[in-house]
Ligand binder design. Structure first.
Ligand code: IVH
Length: 688
């Protein structure tokens, strides 16, 4: 077959498999077959650049190009809905609709209210042509490139479907709990601030400048509103059923009801059951089902008269505020935390709640002794949302209270005194700073303030940095508290005697720790550069800098002009690098690491142009390794011309196997007669 035809055929097939996998959850081919087809398409597209298509399934992985969002005016305004928390309002809505329709019978479609951000998708001849955020409802950002990476959103509908030539479909982009938890765990690992809830995470992700970030984060989307001329029929519910047939992900939990009792049953059921859904929901949306009836009911300035949102009650409790303490996190961010009289809330006893940051705290105008309302909503940590009615009448005078404004960590505050945000770090006393665009205050003393020092050591040993995996954060904190280490460089001075607990004398465990510290001396320079923890220098920036300058000395000498001319290094990162190396303590730290033998320049291997020892070979990596991390082995395979693939097939050249390779894989490899190579054999092969 000619290659052009094959490209078109593969695209169509892959779109269908995508739908089966991501929307219907019932794939008909294996992941491996899918990858195989995808690779064939990638190869063909590489040979035919003239066939480039932004909607090709190969484009789902995103790109590193910066997305400058264009503002787009919505063809019809994106209205929001009237919100209510109260059942009487729902009954009133029913009554208003009934009166508005002059007593005619009507049905209401009950839906879940997904907690993400709304999106408008435009299709022409079955192709996704534009995706726009809600913005202010009149105009929004064109986020098409980012939305293309969301697997459950079809880029191309199957040809010959009964969809209109042009239509718009709206819905919600969400981050499933599983993606959210994974993302926050990763961020915690590297000391980045956590997202408070899936909505913030979804919204931050969708507005990301870099679509490959979006692709990695596992967003999903549910569509709930079809618009345009020529859509199938008068029923909203039936139209969405049609959209589901065309390939869109439509919630399976919509119900048509024809009575107010039916609405309440739906609300009561999902108020409980929503805890078992894979995504966050914050209420129920009720829509009059007939489009003709919707039209006759009309819209007000802000929202339609034919729909309403009932929000689930975030559980609240009332208690007394006793004290506010200021906690210094591992990144130096200072968080005000309220201590309160214990109170029962959403199944647990709560005595602490976050006040988020200085702005939130100031807006609450809190005093010790205030009766406060605590809530556990979409956020994981309870928060104080306001003061109980009636407010506490008496306040101490400003003079009486001024002496309590700056408090050492954990000290009690006087009753009735207004609580102000601290100006100095409650741990080390340094004056706090606020970085542009951030709500938090930070302690800047990252070489002298204990929580920051521990945070920096934890970052240093983390998987993507030095990967000293026999040490965990708790052990590091313990060594620090015992005075065994004061910074990450001290790890390389630890001895067996120091670490062996005289009571248990677990020498084996200690030797393992020392071996993995020793092993980290082989970690490549780019990760050392990341590990030393220059603020704003993440994994990618470190890699870029390492490749560009080749050694730590060159990075340390680089000027602002030199740094900012590198793609991906902006002024913030550049300024932070200069500041880091201007500090003699940091330079001394780097010198000590160099003295212990850490990699301070690119290895010969990385400097050399890639070898072709593994050209044309597909390698599967499996198991746990001693010498290098999985990611390093992956990079090595690529540097030597090979391809790292996910699953074993007849095309696999060999398996690079560590310890504990899965039994299923082992069996498959044996059945297909594929060679299993251990780490040492593999490294020998590369060095031969
Ligand atoms: S319908 C005119 N249905 O809630 C109808 N909205 O203020 C417009 N939402 O902005 C929206 N789930 O972001 C609708 N099943 C659902 C929804 C939903 C979540 C969001 C949407 C909208 C807001 C309502």
């Amino acid at each position: 077959m000619d290659e052009i035809k094959r490209i078109l055929q593969l695209r169509e097939e892959l779109h269908q498999h995508n739908f089966r996998y991501y929307v219907e959850n019932s794939p008909v081919i294996s992941d491996q077959e899918f990858d195989f087809l995808m690779h064939e398409l990638q190869d063909l597209e590489a040979r035919h650049p003239e066939m480039f298509d932004a909607n090709s399934p190969t484009q789902r992985v995103g790109s590193d190009l910066n997305n400058e969002f264009m503002t787009v005016v919505h063809s019809r305004p994106m209205l929001s809905l009237g919100n209510t928390y109260n059942r009487q309002d729902v009954a009133d809505f029913w009554q208003r609709v009934s009166e508005g329709l002059m007593g005619a019978p009507f049905q209401v479609c009950c839906e879940l209210k997904f907690d993400g951000l709304s999106i408008s998708l435009h299709y022409e001849d079955g192709r996704l042509v534009r995706a726009v955020t809600r913005g202010d409802g009149i105009q929004g950002d064109d986020v098409t490139a980012n939305v293309r990476t969301i697997r459950s959103i079809p880029l191309q509908l199957p040809t010959g479907g009964d969809y209109p030539p042009q239509f718009e479909i709206r819905g919600e982009v969400v981050m499933p709990w599983s993606s959210f938890n994974r993302l926050n765990a990763e961020r915690e690992d590297v000391g980045e601030p956590l997202f408070a809830n899936p909505r913030n995470a979804a919204s931050g992700t969708l507005k990301s400048k870099n679509s490959s970030t979006v692709a990695e984060r596992g967003l999903d989307a549910y569509l709930y509103y079809l618009l345009g001329d020529g859509i199938p029929g008068d029923g909203h519910y039936q139209n969405l059923e049609a959209a589901a047939r065309w390939g869109f992900q439509i919630s399976k939990n919509m119900r048509l009801v024809d009575s107010l009792e039916g609405v309440f049953e739906y609300i009561d059921y999902w108020n409980e059951e929503r805890r078992n859904l894979p995504v966050a929901t914050d209420g129920v949306v009720l829509k009059v089902n007939s489009l003709a009836q919707q039209k006759s009911l009309g819209v007000t300035a802000k929202s339609p008269r034919w729909a309403i949102a009932y929000k689930f009650q975030a559980e609240q409790a009332e208690t007394t505020l006793r004290q506010v303490v200021f906690q210094v996190g591992r990144t130096g961010a200072v968080t005000p935390v309220a201590n309160m009289d214990p109170v029962q809330l959403a199944g647990t006893q709560v005595r602490r709640a976050t006040l988020h940051n200085a702005d939130v705290m100031a807006s609450l105008d809190l005093h010790v002794g205030d009766r406060v309302l605590v809530e556990k909503g979409g956020e994981i940590i309870p928060k104080i949302v306001g003061k109980a009615d009636p407010p506490t009448p008496f306040r101490g005078s400003d003079e009486q209270c001024s002496m309590f404004n700056v408090l050492p960590y954990g000290q009690a505050q006087a009753e009735q005194c207004s609580i102000k945000f601290v100006e100095n770090c409650p741990v080390c006393g340094s004056k706090l700073v606020r970085y542009e665009g951030e709500a938090a205050y930070y302690c800047p003393n990252d070489t002298g303030c204990p929580p920051l020092i521990m945070g920096r050591i934890e970052h240093f040993i983390s998987r993507k940095a030095m990967n000293i995996n026999s040490l965990g954060p708790e052990t590091v904190d313990d060594y620090y508290r015992r005075g065994l280490i004061h910074d990450a460089a001290d790890l390389y001075d630890l001895t067996e005697e120091q670490l062996t607990d005289p009571l248990t004398s677990d020498r084996k465990g200690v030797r393992k720790i020392l071996a993995s510290i020793e092993g980290s001396k082989q970690v490549p320079f780019e990760r050392v550069l990341y590990a030393i923890g220059i603020r704003f220098v993440g994994e990618i920036a470190a890699k870029t800098l390492a490749r560009y300058y080749g050694s730590i000395d060159k990075v340390a000498e680089a000027s602002l002009e030199s740094l900012t001319q590198i793609n991906g290094i902006g002024e913030v990162i550049a300024g932070s690098i200069i500041q880091y190396f201007a500090n003699p303590l940091n330079r001394a730290f780097v010198e000590r690491l160099r003295g212990y033998g850490l990699q301070m320049e690119l290895g010969e291997q990385q400097k050399q142009t890639r070898s072709n020892k593994l050209e044309g070979q597909s390698v599967v990596i499996s198991g746990v390794f001693q010498h290098h991390s999985r990611d390093e082995y992956k990079a090595l395979i690529e540097q030597h011309g090979g391809k790292n693939v996910g699953s074993i097939s007849t095309k696999t050249s060999f398996i690079l196997a560590g310890e504990n390779m899965g039994p299923a894989k082992l069996e498959k490899a044996e059945k297909l007669g594929i060679r299993i190579m251990n780490e040492d054999e593999f490294l020998e092969l590369l060095n031969s």
